[in-house]
Design a protein around this ligand. Structure first.
Ligand SMILES: Nc1ncnc2c1ncn2[C@@H]1O[C@H](COP(=O)(O)OP(=O)(O)O)[C@@H](O)[C@H]1O
Ligand SMILES: [Mg+2]
Length: 246
């Protein structure tokens, strides 16, 4: 494993102070919304490594895109609600923290439900500490950037559809699912990146987002010789969810 990072990102300090990790080793990837750091886990955590997903400052992110995903979410604290509505600096920080808290809660629920999602260990207002998906020598690549083994695609798709259905059964639609947000290890996928996930009971865009998630998946698997009628599958899933059959 590579050397300890020269400078520890400040957002990972709470995890060090809490004794959850003992060092930050290196950056796995700097994504559009966040950077993922490989950390050495404290022995008490169980696994040898963990990942700290550190969100970029809110000002770096695309605010306009957020609204659709937030419909149906309720901010209970009146002061926070006012600050967020006014988009004051405090409001932006609070909004960012809500976003992260939401991702943590969704991942926690889905992991508990048996979905292929990293286990989450802790969250602060800037970062989430979660299970490392990868091997000793390298982090798992995004599905988009990997070469599947011959004949592997059908089983991967089948399991992914089970994950999507199980998420629905737990009132979660990912909302940004694609081959970029699925990490690949031989024979299995792990779904990541849930801050924008919506609850189909309350979010009016959930039906459309489910359709889009399935289309992205269908497009990827079509290139690997496996057909999925995304529209029909989305209709079928939605109908069963509405009837409480999932
Ligand atoms: N638990 C994890 N294990 C290994 N790599 C991860 C993990 N979580 C994130 N990554 C890496 O960090 C990248 C960005 O994470 P992601 O949650 O998709 O955030 P975003 O796309 O919003 O920046 C991923 O594509 C992946 O390469
Ligand atoms: Mg991502």
């Amino acid at each position: 494993m590579p050397q300890v990072a020269a400078d520890t990102p400040p957002a990972t300090e709470p995890f060090l102070e809490e004794g959850l990790i003992t060092s930050v080793l290196h950056t796995i990837k700097s994504g559009k919304e966040a950077s993922a750091y490989l950390c050495r886990a404290h022995r008490s955590l169980g696994p040898r490594y963990a990942v700290a997903k550190v969100y970029h400052e809110r000002s770096d992110r695309n605010f306009n895109n957020d609204t659709m995903y937030q419909e149906g979410r309720e901010i209970l604290n009146a002061r926070t609600k006012r600050a967020v509505a006014k988009k004051t600096e405090l409001g932006r920080a609070a909004q960012g923290a809500l976003w992260i808290d939401h991702e943590f809660e969704v991942m926690s629920a889905l992991h508990y439900a048996g979905c292929d999602v990293p286990e989450v260990f802790a969250a602060t207002e800037q970062a989430i500490l979660m299970e490392y998906i990868g091997a000793e020598d390298a982090a798992a690549p995004q599905l988009q950037h990997t070469q599947l083994a011959p004949g592997e695609a059908p089983a991967l798709l089948e399991r992914l559809l089970w994950d999507i259905e199980t998420a629905m059964a737990n009132n979660v639609v990912h909302g940004d699912l694609s081959a970029f947000n699925a990490l690949y290890r031989p024979g299995r996928l792990t779904i990541i990146d849930f801050p924008q996930a919506v609850d189909p009971r309350f979010n009016p865009h959930a039906r459309r987002l489910l359709g889009r998630d399935l289309q992205n998946i269908a497009r990827y698997f079509a290139r690997h010789g496996v057909a999925l009628d995304a529209g029909r599958h989305a209709d079928w899933l939605w109908r069963r969810w509405e009837r409480g059959e999932l």
